[in-house]
Design a protein around this ligand. Structure first.
Ligand code: MIG
Length: 636
């Protein structure tokens, strides 16, 4: 059952799309109203598990955790930072009482979950106008599924977006991109797309192209496509203040930018220098902003990533593009200083801060959805509901084992919030990634829908061919392409049925005490359980099987299958192998190896596992019609 309780006059956040019954009474929580905040409290029982909170640090079980949901550009992912790039105010209490709660507010919201052994959940909201949604279900999984139904179906990107993407901040010229594509192709490493970071633009001006580096972009995009590789340009939130910049001129003319307290267009410093921020709260501004993508769509691009949309603001006192490293943190004063226009009403940015990136994603999708085929879009900042318009990456992490490890609970918690097309910067963004770390990280990311290697401008090379160990990388990447019939089908089925793609074991085995507390094993779709190695120098780990399963070792060529009884096991996995498990009575379809998704034959598969039937979703990889009709029953 789902109902909502309204406090004050909440503004539309575009999170929930289904009509939900309203109630006067809020169960589970006590409510305390103060002058400038409203506080919700729930008394936890000793064994309650708390799931959720989407993109945040910590374990799957959030007990002991505190986070401040206020979208923040948190370079280096500083450990235990209370705020990162997105805000997903949904959590599930799993115990004698089982329920979910979504605090639907775009303003700063602090969650303390048994923080300092307080024995309670405390939610502090800085704006008193909000909706609280309560979901009750049979168990945590059922509760989560009901929540996912009210926030609507996920967008589905094209098949090529499920291939490997290579990215690096620092690729500048056409030659740089050609080198990456050649590096992969001549070493027989698969590749589907390369991301274009800010340097493809003319002086970081959105929707422009540096003509010296790319004399004929349209031809270049098409030449790359012929090689089976898509190019995916970045778009930043800030619009450069400069007459002659079309987006600037039109935005000024139509009053589509955020204002300062005097009613002038608000100015902030970001990559292009002085910029204005689009007022995405205005429906007309959203439509208009979407249209800005037209020139790039003309060039043949069908995928984009949206960055800096918390929105990130450089610290003006220290602004120095050369030495930006430590100086890009925004100050809260900056957010106090600008305003939106919502149907004629002036609203301070802080009151809507957490939906800024979400609305930018919506705005971009307005235009992208007009394409004849499906688009790829992923954003850095997001809110509950963003999954209907695009995917997300988890922002600037670090090349560390700790960050690899925590990407598992983070991505799984994001699935609980609907964000199934998601992934981390594989190998880590900041810092130097070792060969060993990249191999192990790839062995995790081969299972996540967004599968992209990304690194920052000052880190050591992170392309798979840069380590002189192409054999090892080829073996791991090959698994992704061979598993694509499964990954694609499981993703699309999750999207169609509002299900999670990554699930904790606790959701699959609600009555298994040991399974409930497992943090480092996950279900990937219905059939596969992963238990990856995320420790440096380890080639062994403990795995818990709640029931008997088929253990599969992929060595780059063969899938070696072995039956394993339920219980605790030690498994062995070399750096160039991947181990995973297939659930009892389930199947996994695998295809022949391929160098990119154009070469994959989704219809020619072999079936692993001891199940009898598998529902495979197959289409041409780009049709906009996602339909049950494309489900084919495979029998063993
Ligand atoms: O201030 O465009 O998270 O992926 O490479 C940094 C440069 C701006 C932050 C993004 C990152 C991207 C980088 N951007």
């Amino acid at each position: 059952m789902v109902y909502k309780v309204k406090f004050g006059e909440p503004i539309e956040t575009f999170s929930v799309v289904k009509k939900v019954a309203e109630s006067e009474n809020l169960d589970f929580f006590s409510v305390k109203e103060k002058k400038n905040e409203i506080i919700f409290e729930y008394k936890l029982k000793k064994n309650d598990i708390v799931f959720g909170l989407g993109e945040a640090h910590g374990n799957l079980n959030k007990r002991g955790f505190r986070c401040v949901n206020f979208n923040t550009d948190n370079y280096y992912f500083s450990e235990n930072a209370p705020s990162i790039y997105a805000s997903h105010n949904f959590l599930i209490v799993d115990g004698k009482e089982c329920f979910g709660v979504f605090i639907d507010t775009p303003a700063k919201t602090t969650f303390e979950i048994d923080y300092n052994q307080s024995g309670k959940i405390k939610v502090i909201c800085e704006n008193k106008n909000l909706n609280v949604y309560i979901v009750t279900g049979k168990n945590a999984y059922d509760t989560n599924r009901q929540f996912l139904k009210i926030i609507g179906k996920s967008f589905v990107p094209p098949l090529w977006a499920f291939g490997l993407g290579q990215s690096r901040w620092g690729y500048k010229t056409q030659q740089d991109f050609e080198n990456v594509i050649n590096g992969y192709q001549k070493n027989k490493l698969p590749l589907d797309y390369v991301c274009m970071d800010i340097d493809y633009m003319d002086r970081y001006i959105d929707f422009t192209i540096n003509k010296n580096s790319f004399p004929n972009m349209k031809k270049f995009v098409s030449d790359c496509k012929k090689k089976g590789v898509n190019l995916v340009p970045i778009i930043d939130a800030g619009i450069k203040v400069e007459q002659g910049n079309k987006t600037y001129d039109e935005g000024v003319k139509n009053n589509f930018f955020c204002k300062d307290k005097n009613g002038n267009n608000f100015e902030a410093y970001v990559w292009p220098g002085k910029t204005h921020f689009v007022d995405f709260l205005q429906p007309k501004a959203r439509i208009w902003f979407g249209k800005q993508y037209k020139d790039l769509l003309e060039c043949g691009f069908t995928g984009f990533w949206n960055d800096m949309n918390e929105p990130a603001i450089f610290n003006m006192d220290f602004f120095d593009a050369q030495k930006q490293k430590k100086q890009i943190f925004q100050k809260t004063e900056d957010y106090n200083a600008f305003y939106h226009n919502l149907n004629g009403k002036t609203i301070n940015h802080n009151d809507v801060h957490n939906i800024y990136g979400h609305l930018m994603t919506m705005a971009s999708s307005n235009e992208l959805k007009k394409l004849d085929e499906r688009y790829l879009l992923f954003s850095r900042s997001s809110f509950i509901g963003s999954h209907r318009y695009g995917g997300v990456w988890t922002g600037d992490n670090f090349s560390s084992w700790q960050n690899l490890k925590e990407s598992l609970p983070m991505l799984c918690s994001m699935n609980m919030c609907g964000l199934i097309f998601s992934g981390a910067d594989t190998g880590g963004f900041a810092g130097n990634c070792s060969e060993q770390l990249l191999l192990r990280w790839l062995a995790v990311s081969v299972f996540t829908p967004l599968f992209r290697i990304h690194s920052d401008i000052s880190s050591s090379p992170q392309e798979c061919y840069s380590f002189g160990q192409n054999d090892k990388f080829r073996k791991i990447l090959s698994l992704r392409y061979r598993l694509l019939p499964y990954i694609y089908a499981e993703f699309v089925k999750s999207a169609m049925t509002c299900d999670l793609y990554l699930k904790p074991l606790a959701f699959v085995y609600p009555n298994d005490k040991q399974a409930q507390n497992i943090q480092d094993q996950l279900f990937v779709g219905q059939s596969i359980m992963i238990a990856p190695i995320v420790e440096e120098n380890a080639v062994e780990r403990d795995v818990y099987l709640p029931e008997k399963m088929t253990k599969v070792v992929f060595d780059g060529k063969n899938f070696k299958c072995e039956n394993f009884e339920s219980g605790n096991h030690k498994i062995h996995c070399e750096l160039d192998e991947v181990v995973f498990f297939i659930k009892d009575k389930c199947l996994v379809p695998v295809a022949a190896d391929a160098q990119n998704t154009q070469k994959i034959n989704l219809t020619k598969v072999t079936l692993l596992g001891n199940g009898t039937t598998y529902k495979q979703y197959i289409d041409d990889g780009k049709t906009k019609q996602i339909s049950q009709k494309n489900i084919k029953i495979l029998k063993k």
